[in-house]
Design a protein around this ligand. Sequence first.
Ligand code: MEV
Length: 433
Amino acid sequence: MPNAISGFSKLSKSEKIEWLLETYFSDKENARTLIHQYWNTDEKLQKLHDEFIENTITNYYLPLGVAPNFSINNKLYTIPMAIEESSVVAAASKSAKFWLDRGGFKTEVISTEKIGQVHFTFDGDFEALQAFFKNIKPKLFEDTKAITKNMERRGGGILDIELRNKSEGLEHYYQLHTTFETLDAMGANFINSCLEQFAKTFIQEAEKQLDGELEIVMSILSNYVPNCLVKAEVSCPIEDLKSKDISNPSLFAQKFKQAVNIAEVEPYRAVTHNKGIMNGIDAVVLATGNDFRAVEAGVHAYASKGGRYTSLTHCSIEDNIFKFWIEIPLALGTVGGLTSLHPLVKFALEMLENPSAKDLMQIVAVAGLAQNFAAVKSLTTTGIQEGHMKMHLLNILNQFEATAEEKEKIVEHFKTNVVTHSAVVEAIENLRG
Ligand code: MEV
């Protein structure tokens, strides 16, 4: 077992790498080569990435793919996706094309409210606390003016501050539950700064005006944003679903709806169903420099808001119209954070024609819906493995370092044969004699 190291963060990058190589790697030269291969030779660019986090030793690449032909409210988009899983980009592109010929995606931002809370304890009388809060509420707004000034000038800011009594669930527990409009910013820094100022003012004034022990526990935004909602939808007459791989549109529509209904009532299926949605959502969130952990946490909390984890998408068949939609909370930003720092994020946003946060919410929701449409379509028709294994074929060929010529021959062979890992290995071995 290696010894603990103190002062690691103070070491230079090469000292950190040397320590790692010495401590963990038997083939040090190989590990060193790998670190350097992924290291950008453009010093400025590398420094930029080094400084995003602490203790950076090299870069970790993910492919950046694009899915073209997305018609969203009659405007065409090519959507950038950063993801390692094969077939996600292909599935998105296929869905985009499918719906392009059938009216495209229609979207709507329902609300854009963000939330932050100051959590505190108080052992005195609740009515006195209420009276105190009412009295100092204007001062809470006043004392954050320096932080909110710019946001307010652009039309955003603090919407409301509410005192919430949570002492039924936890003794002496109360909150300042605050709602915000952060416009094109995801708003984490803005919200947290406001909350920390509330906490300061609140405790200072409580010491002067309130009987009882009041203690601030913490001040932090919430990643649960059920009022920062976007809806995306596709619909068409059932007979228009007919396509190369849907010969019986009516049967397809019924089965598709059944699959969505299963995800609505069965949590085991809902989790996988929603995971497929997140394949699309996370890929765009990541490509556009947004916080996919925040989005994941908020989306799954939303999926359980009724007390049971359920599907994020829904389907209806009425008056011969097939309709499929998603409604999800997405707290996204197109200014601030990585958006102005990471060159590929800027590139991705430019590709999306520099969207507002609201535009991006709609694009991301569409990516999730498209992904889910492709997955459920495959699952209820050919099964998922056919497409997956075709894409996986290339990964296996790369593992075996197949040449371009070998790849061409083997891909041709598997156009008419079932792809399995062992079948691909056998085909490579046969080809190589
Ligand atoms: C795989 O990454 C995602 C799927 O499992 C989603 C689904 O089952 O709906 C195919």
